[in-house]
Design a protein around this ligand. Structure first.
Ligand SMILES: Nc1ncnc2c1ncn2[C@@H]1O[C@H](COP(=O)(O)OP(=O)(O)OP(=O)(O)O)[C@@H](O)[C@H]1O
Ligand SMILES: [Mg+2]
Length: 365
């Protein structure tokens, strides 16, 4: 089932919690909403569910409005046939696992199917043999799996998840992420997933919607928003890297970006289309585009290593450049120490952001 927003908008008093948004989430797509706290992720999710009334616009499921301001349509949440999973699990403490999962089915009047459906849902989250336990007899991860079983037991075509993994510890999160991803695909659901963990969004999603202050900044595949952010907000929110101001000093023979009196970065000619010498741009330099050399260079870019973090198979190093106030990140397999001098080469694949603060919407209708 696809989900379409048409000029969807929300105000809380004078706060513009969602600026007019038009976009389509395709049937079977896994879409994550990411952005800083308070940017409107939960509000948008609640409007899909029918738990929050939009101020303007429409929400359509497979072309049929479940909310339309102009036509005065507002389908109540229980009739929208969606499954929801929340951060705090929200299980009934006085009900067993079976009863918790059965609750939604009974509420929709499908009593005869209950036994089969609950068993199937619990098997899907590998909790088939825990059905007589109470929530307090389960671990956090098991409780969240019950919440997921409850959400899918009614065969929803849309599943909405609001930070479902953030209450779990890191190793459990990885395990649950895989379970959720495969379950969503297996049951062929359209998923809208809220997280402020951008790495989780990149790992799980077909497409990411980056939000800030009630406004969608960019929608795209994880690769698109990481490699080609269209503004500073997306560039700094998604992935690690340094945003740096620079002056384009050559666009044809050897394209170059000058970021300080002594620091120039080569640019790939594919990145300079539409640019002219003397244009100011922002560049996003990712750690994998910075090659660190522990010997200072006569002609290259030099700096001092500030921090060294061991990541398991390699190190992440931050380097303060000598000639300007900027700090770059790099990955290296060689152990280095803070205070050590080093030089860097920056690959010409860095991405340039030409229109500062530009906002791109997938559709405008
Ligand atoms: N019922 C409400 N009444 C007034 N303001 C609200 C209400 N619900 C949310 N807001 C405000 O709307 C904005 C968006 O809130 P929302 O909960 O959607 O943010 P979020 O992106 O989910 O943040 P977080 O990552 O912290 O969960 C915030 O400024 C919030 O304070
Ligand atoms: Mg929220």
């Amino acid at each position: 089932m696809d989900i379409k927003f048409r000029q969807l908008e929300k105000w809380f008093g004078t706060l513009h919690a969602l600026k007019p948004l038009s976009m389509t989430i395709q049937s079977g797509e896994f879409v994550s909403l990411v952005g800083p706290s308070g940017c409107g992720k939960t509000t948008l999710l609640r409007m899909i569910a029918g738990l929050e009334d939009p101020a303007e616009g429409a929400v359509l499921f497979d072309g049929k409005p479940v909310f339309d301001k102009d036509k005065k349509i507002n389908v109540p949440p229980q009739k929208r046939k969606i499954g929801m999973v929340f951060q705090d699990f929200a299980l009934w403490p006085h009900m067993t696992v079976f009863e918790n999962v059965a609750y939604g089915l009974k509420a929709t009047g499908r009593k005869r199917e209950v036994q089969d459906k609950v068993t199937e849902a619990l098997n899907n989250v590998q909790l088939g043999d825990h059905k007589n336990r109470y929530p307090h007899q389960l671990s956090g991860g098991q409780q969240q799996r019950v919440a997921i079983a409850r959400a899918v037991a009614t065969d929803p075509e849309i599943i909405l998840m609001d930070e479902p993994l953030s209450a779990l510890d890191a190793s459990l999160r990885d395990e649950m992420r895989i379970l959720l991803q495969s379950l969503v695909k297996k049951l062929d659901m359209t998923a809208v997933y809220v997280t402020h963990d951008q790495s989780e969004a990149m790992a799980m999603s077909d497409r990411i919607v980056v939000m800030n202050a009630g406004e969608v900044q960019q929608t795209g595949t994880p690769e698109e928003v990481y490699q080609r952010p269209n503004n500073d907000i997306t560039a700094s929110f998604i992935g690690k890297g340094t945003l740096i101001d620079g002056l384009v000093i050559e666009v044809e023979d050897v394209p170059m970006l000058k970021v300080s009196a002594d620091v120039q970065i080569p640019l790939s000619s594919s990145k300079t289309k539409g640019l002219e010498p003397h244009d100011w741009v922002h560049a996003i330099i990712r750690p994998e585009q910075v090659v660190l050399d522990t010997s200072p260079s006569e002609t290259g870019i030099n700096g001092i290593i500030e921090t060294v973090s061991f990541l398991g198979e390699r190190y992440e190093v931050s380097l303060k450049l000598d000639d300007c106030d900027e700090r770059l990140f790099a990955y290296t397999y060689e152990k280095t120490v803070p205070g050590q001098e080093a030089s860097v080469t920056i690959r010409d694949t860095i991405h340039l952001i030409q229109h500062r603060g530009g906002v791109s919407h997938e559709e405008t209708a």
